[in-house]
Each structure stands twice: as structure tokens, then as C-alpha cells.
Ligand binder design. Structure first.
Ligand SMILES: Cc1cc2nc3c(=O)[nH]c(=O)nc-3n(C[C@H](O)[C@H](O)[C@H](O)COP(=O)(O)OP(=O)(O)OC[C@H]3O[C@@H](n4cnc5c(N)ncnc54)[C@H](O)[C@@H]3O)c2cc1C
Length: 389
């Protein structure tokens, strides 16, 4: 037998490019995911439930709002935040979705667009995991064109009255606060709606085949009154929600690497042990070509995510670069998960193996936060200067 790669999941020793602190963050989250999350995820997926019991530990590790400075947050750099997503999604995309929404879609806009009073009111509790947030942008008539939203906020003196509905909202039923994006006479504005406000209702979407270990909801706003002090003062127009999505898509680009690594690890073990025609499956040329292709694609995705993180830390990351990374890495992970499912044969359709769970999850991950087509068009626009949407 010949020598194997030192770490088949890190074929190019990308970890060498990380700082000591970044490696520490990765190892800490990896230990939590291995010990606490992975043993739970299969059961949660089968039972269609989010593992709420993990929230205190996730918060204790500083994984909520990790890149925010102050307000009880950890103040990590972009690469560490990316590694958090990678490790969480190695466990399950639902776990990473929970953390992404809390950190990038709710804590980020409060920190970036909010008043000092809003930051003080929400961020420390959100960092401790005592308050969960959700982000209401998508509506039933179409998520790819959020500018066509029908939810309206009308000003009455010092108050706003919100009417409308949102669809496919992660964390909706466990959220204490919703960042609701609504059309006003001056364009799109963001409102912090405490979910105990009269007229607000969240209804969980049942029977999903994907992200079953994540909560997804429809939200209804029926004459919901919020004071002007709950409007995000720094957000005006579509660039408000889009800049939140850029943060979350950055995390997804890293997270998808984790899901693909989990699938490759599983299939390496399985094909190494499963004997067919007198030799292990892993000893056949076709299986090796498929495994080699996975290592190639994971390596490219790792390097793409890392360079994106470096650009983000330097403050020069462009949304079109994020689009390319989200598109590439989700496509890579979904293709790998599907191929791993196939290489497990009949066993691949059983929940005993992770590949089908990751595969089904990734169908959502490639769709939400901008579908693959939306990101391809964003890259096309950056290349040509022409808007083809
Ligand atoms: C599990 C899950 C969780 C989610 N969580 C959230 C959340 O927390 N908050 C939130 O606001 N939203 C959330 N979403 C919504 C998500 O962002 C949308 O589903 C997504 O943006 C796509 O919108 P849509 O479903 O309306 O599809 P549509 O926009 O109707 O798209 C349908 C198809 O048309 C294609 N298409 C669209 N425009 C074009 C075009 N110009 N040219 C060619 N093809 C095009 C799309 O690529 C897609 O294939 C979530 C979705 C899911 C599935």
C-alpha cells in the first residue's frame, strides 16, 4: 500500500496559510461540532427540528456576531468567521444557517445601520444567544427580485404601520426580533420588529425535504405598529438588505466547503472498506477519478474562500467576488454530495449516512441568498457592465 495524503480533506495544506489564532478558532469549533452537533443532527433532520439546546454553547464559544467589535461580541477577523461557518456546516447546513442569520442578517444590520440605542438594546443579548433574530426580505411572489416587495410601511406621526407578509424566513418561529424590510414612500427601509408586537405572526413551514434541522417560517404583518426609533436609521434603499446578504453569502462560501468535506470523509471511509469484485471500491480507477475530482474541487473552493476572506479583511471585497464564490462553492458542494450519495449505493439513501442529508440541505443553500442564476448574472454584469437581470 502506498502513502495516503496527510489530510485528504486539506490536500493543499491550506491550513498552513492560517494564523495561529485562526487555527485555534477552527479547532475549537470543530471539537464542538464533532462532540455535540454531529451526534444530534441525524435525529434532528429526521424529526424536522432545530437543535435549540445547542444555542447556549454556540453563544458561549463566541460564534454569534463573531466579527463585531464590542457589545459582548468576539471581534474576530473575516477568515475566522468563515472558518466558523465551514465547521458548523460540516455538521449540518441548518446549524450554519442559524448562525449566519443571527450574525450576518440580523446583528450585522443592527451594528452597521442601527442607532447606538438599538445596538445596546439588541446586540449583547443576541451575542449571548438569549435573543434570536430573523431577516424578512423574501416574499411569496418572488425572492430573486426583492425590489418588487409588497410589504409596506406607512408613517403615522412618530410611528410606522407595517402590512404584508414574508416567506421562507429562517429562525422565524424562534425569533424575538425580526429585521423586516418594507417599502415606504421614500423607498425600502428596515424595521426592527419585536415579535411580541400585536399583529405579528410567524407560521412554521412544515414538510420540507431540505434543511429539516432548521426552522423556516412565513411571517405576517397585520397593522404592526413600530415607533420610528425601531427603524434602522442608516439603511436606505435596496442596498441595505443587499449589503446584509453580501455578509451572509460570504459565510456560505466557506460553509459549503465544510459540507463537501463531510461527504468526502464519509465516502473515503466507505469505499475503502466496501469490497466489490474482490477489491475495495476505492481501489478502482473510476472511484479514484471521482474522489480525485472531489479533492480538486474542494481545494479550489478552499483557496477561493481564503482569498475572499483576505479581501474582506482588507476592506476591498467586491459583491461580485462574493457571488462567484457563493456560486462556485455551493455548486461544488452539491455536486460532491450527490456523487457521494451515489458512491454509497443503496446505503446512500439511508439517514445512517450523512451524504443524502447534506445533499438535500445543499438544494436550499444553492437557492437561498441568491440562486445560482442570480449569482451568475451578477458576475456577468461585473464582466460586461451590462445588467441582464
Ligand atoms: C430554506 C430556506 C431558507 C430561507 N431563508 C430566508 C431568510 O431567512 N430570509 C429571506 O428573506 N429569505 C430566505 N429564503 C428565501 C430565498 O432567499 C429565496 O428562496 C431565493 O432568493 C429565491 O427566491 P424564490 O424562491 O422566490 O425563487 P424565484 O425568484 O421565483 O426563482 C425561481 C427560479 O427562477 C430563476 N430566475 C429568477 N430570476 C431570473 C432571471 N432574471 N433570469 C433567469 N432565471 C431567473 C431562479 O434562479 C430560480 O431558478 C430562504 C429560502 C429557503 C429555501
Amino acid at each position: 500500500m502506498n502513502a495516503r495524503a496527510t489530510n485528504p480533506l486539506d490536500f493543499f495544506q491550506v491550513r498552513e496559510l492560517l494564523s495561529d489564532e485562526e487555527r485555534l478558532v477552527q479547532d475549537t469549533v470543530a471539537r464542538f461540532v464533532d462532540a455535540r452537533a454531529i451526534p444530534l443532527m441525524r435525529e434532528c433532520f429526521e424529526q424536522h427540528r432545530f437543535p435549540k439546546e445547542l444555542i447556549p454553547e454556540i453563544a458561549e464559544l463566541g460564534l454569534l456576531g463573531p466579527s463585531i467589535e464590542g457589545y459582548g461580541c468576539a471581534g474576530m477577523n473575516a477568515i475566522s468567521s468563515g472558518l466558523i461557518c465551514q465547521e458548523l456546516e460540516r455538521g449540518d447546513s441548518g446549524l450554519r444557517s442559524f448562525a449566519s442569520v443571527q450574525s450576518s442578517l440580523v446583528m450585522f444590520p443592527i451594528h452597521h445601520f442601527g442607532s447606538e440605542a438599538q445596538r445596546e438594546k439588541y446586540l449583547p443579548r443576541m451575542a449571548r444567544g438569549e435573543l434570536i433574530g430573523c431577516f424578512g426580505l423574501t416574499e411569496a411572489q418572488g425572492g430573486s427580485d426583492p425590489g418588487a416587495m409588497r410589504t409596506r410601511a406607512v408613517r403615522r406621526g412618530d410611528e410606522w404601520i407595517l402590512n404584508g407578509s414574508k416567506m421562507w424566513i429562517t429562525n422565524g418561529n424562534i425569533a424575538g426580533v425580526c429585521v423586516c424590510w418594507a417599502m415606504t414612500d421614500e423607498g425600502i427601509r428596515g424595521f426592527l420588529v419585536d415579535t411580541d408586537t400585536p399583529g405579528f405572526k410567524a407560521q412554521e413551514i412544515e414538510n420540507k425535504f431540505s434543511l429539516r434541522a432548521s426552522i423556516t417560517s412565513a411571517l405576517f404583518f397585520d397593522d404592526v405598529r413600530v415607533p420610528d426609533s425601531q427603524r434602522l436609521p442608516g439603511a436606505a434603499g435596496l442596498k441595505g438588505p443587499l449589503s446584509c446578504l453580501t455578509q451572509a453569502r460570504y459565510g456560505i462560501a466557506w460553509g459549503a466547503v465544510g459540507a463537501a468535506q463531510a461527504c468526502l470523509a464519509e465516502v473515503l471511509e466507505y469505499t475503502g472498506e466496501r469490497v466489490m469484485f474482490g477489491r475495495p471500491l476505492a481501489g478502482t480507477q473510476m472511484i479514484q477519478v471521482r474522489l480525485a475530482d472531489m479533492a480538486r474541487r474542494i481545494t479550489s473552493a478552499q483557496l477561493l474562500a481564503l482569498q475572499l476572506g483576505k479581501l474582506k479583511d482588507r476592506g476591498v471585497m467586491d459583491p461580485a467576488q462574493v457571488s462567484l464564490a457563493k456560486w462556485n462553492n455551493c455548486r461544488m458542494a452539491l455536486d460532491i454530495a450527490r456523487d457521494c450519495r451515489d458512491m454509497l449505493g443503496g446505503a446512500g439513501i439511508s439517514a445512517e449516512h450523512g451524504a443524502i442529508r447534506h445533499m438535500l440541505n445543499l438544494e436550499s443553500v444553492i437557492t437561498y441568498e441568491g440562486t445560482e442564476t442570480v449569482h451568475q448574472l451578477a458576475v456577468g454584469r461585473a464582466l460586461t457592465g451590462l445588467n441582464a437581470f
